[in-house]
Ligand binder design. Sequence first.
Ligand code: FES
Ligand code: FES
Length: 213
Amino acid sequence: MSDENSRECQHSEGFLVLSRRSALLAGASVVPTAPFVRSAKAQDAVSPLALPVSAEHSLTVRTNINGGAFEINLDARTSLLDMLREHLGLAGSKKGCDHGQCGACTVHVDGRRVASCLTLAAKVEGREVTTIEGLSDGDRLHPMQQAFIDHDALQCGYCTPGQIMAAVACVHEGNATSSERIREYMSGNICRCGAYVGIVAAIQDAAERMERG
Ligand code: FES
Ligand code: FES
């Protein structure tokens, strides 16, 4: 990385500052040091789909994503989903409808599930965001991820990250006590492949493992 880019990718008060320019220009990855211990790696390529940052709408968001502190300059109108996908390269959260109707974009904010397409990035200032990339413990899958594999709870997989994030929240909320209740509290997550039987079985299985573990 050139000196110029190094200056733009500066650490301040433990936060990684990603300017749009440095993100576009830096040749090497912006590899976070401690405390970036999870799989949330900030990538240095801001997608062309990201809203361009004008002086008029510029906003700096400081937030914690998957255990790492980030400071990100973006357009104030940017959704949390676009911040994750287009600014940070965390593409696990999927954009299905972009209107809060499919659940593919589900992430956790301070432990509660939200549709990231309907959440402004500005709203996660000072809060803790967990995405599908931050769910596993290194190479060890979260029990819900393992249960989805064990129960073949997916076909194309597009809805799966959102299903898993919603399912983990469903268990934590105490709503995984019966298949009827699971169906009700997972009704905001649509699977176009119709893998619902496996999804319900996976949640029931994982709920037991989560309670034990
Ligand atoms: S992409 Fe957010 S609910 Fe569909
Ligand atoms: S597995 Fe294809 S949309 Fe759910």
